[in-house]
Ligand binder design. Structure first.
Ligand SMILES: [Ca+2]
Ligand SMILES: [Ca+2]
Length: 378
């Protein structure tokens, strides 16, 4: 474990700088330097660090810059959210609507692609990946989603393209870490003839990742596509569980079961029939009271472990704006209070004590260091 922490620390120190350069055609490419000096942590310790959208605290989310930074910080897994292009290639974006994380709205050639759709029952207006070919999407440039909270990350705006899932897997393999892909809106993508599961498994198969001991977890907030994946692959599957609401596939089918039902012992037993892990909101472990304070912890982690389910909780973010009030720090009247970093190590330690097996973290470095330090003590 000491070696692992050391490796992660060295990686951060040695690899903090990522070089970007313009290639002959003028496009910006991302390239790692000092590759030989980097020995990333491997998924062998007790606690797994999943780099949520990459090192999204430090770089625009879902870019190779973000994933590579996460690997250098000691992440075990990098987490691409997956949506489809018009020509059925999987790319990494948190939503199929891309105006918040790319420069698409400023491209006159794509102005007529702006449209309104109903996605998972909600009306959404903007530009959608399924209306662009991969070649078209590749002309866009990624940008920071929350510049008001992460102003430093805007320095990287315009430097990275939208990566394909294949590129993300190749990056992970090059560094010896795993991938933790999430299928986004699987019922919706089925409805427009761009099913996500087939190309997902095909990319993994091409890279030789087909078994439960390969460094892969596939996650979904829906249930039907995980059951379907269980029949088609041996790689590990994760049922995501929201703080509220219900899986959209159940809603669409008129099934009134909700995430509340899924965290009961009976619900967990049903999940264990097709999934290897659950990915609950931290609010399912430490509910948030009406005053915003954390309430005593639930029995979810224990109940899940009794069913043989691994527990990976989401999402740990360091800014006060995202932390439970108990862990916020600084002057609440300061204009920079929301983006100031609170006691994220304290929050991670509290989750560790609750027995979680891993966390989704926007800052993989602090998660790696905190969880490893705790493991060294115990
Ligand atoms: Ca995700
Ligand atoms: Ca499908």
């Amino acid at each position: 474990m000491t070696n692992r922490l050391l490796a992660g620390t060295l990686a951060v120190l040695a690899g903090g700088v990522l070089a970007t350069h313009a290639d002959a055609s003028g496009a910006v490419a991302e390239r790692a330097t000092e590759r030989a000096t980097v020995k990333p942590a491997r998924a062998t310790a007790t606690h797994v660090v999943i780099a949520h959208r990459g090192a999204s605290a430090y770089r625009p989310e879902h870019t190779l810059l973000s994933y590579e930074t996460a690997i250098r910080m000691g992440a075990d897994y990098i987490e691409p959210d997956l949506v489809s292009t018009k020509d059925h290639v999987l790319v990494a974006r948190h939503e199929n609507e891309i105006s918040a994380t790319t420069d698409v709205a400023e491209r006159p050639e794509f102005a007529d692609r702006r449209t309104t759709k109903i996605i998972d029952g909600k009306r959404v207006t903007g530009w959608f990946t399924e209306d662009f070919t991969l070649a078209e999407l590749r002309t866009l440039r990624a940008r920071e989603r929350v510049p008001h909270l992460r102003p430093g990350n805007t320095a990287y705006d315009g430097l990275a393209r939208i990566p394909t899932f294949d590129e993300v897997v190749r990056l992970a393999k090059r560094y010896g870490v795993g991938v933790y892909p999430e299928t986004k809106h699987p019922t919706y993508f089925d409805s427009i003839g761009l099913s996500l599961e087939e190309p997902l498994l095909e990319v993994l198969r091409r890279h030789g990742w087909t078994d439960r001991d390969d460094p892969v977890y596939i996650q979904s907030f829906e249930t039907r596509n995980l059951r379907e994946l269980r029949r088609r692959t041996r790689v590990r599957l994760v049922q995501l569980i929201g703080a509220e609401g219900a899986p959209y596939d159940l809603v669409a089918a008129g099934d009134d079961r909700t995430y509340d039902d899924m965290v009961t012992p009976e619900g967990l037993r049903a999940i264990a029939a097709y999934a290897d892990a659950i990915g609950p909101s931290t609010a399912r472990i430490y509910p948030v009271g009406p005053d915003g304070r954390l309430r005593p912890r639930t029995t979810l982690v224990r109940d899940a472990h009794r069913r043989g389910l691994t527990v990976h909780a989401w999402t740990v973010r360091g800014e006060n704006a995202f932390l439970p009030p108990d862990f916020r720090q600084g002057d609440a009247n300061s204009p920079s209070y929301r983006r100031a970093i609170g006691d994220v190590a304290g929050w991670l330690e509290k989750l560790r004590r609750a027995g979680v097996d891993g966390v989704f973290a926007d800052d993989p470095a602090i998660a790696r260091a905190t969880l490893d330090r705790a493991a060294r003590r115990t």
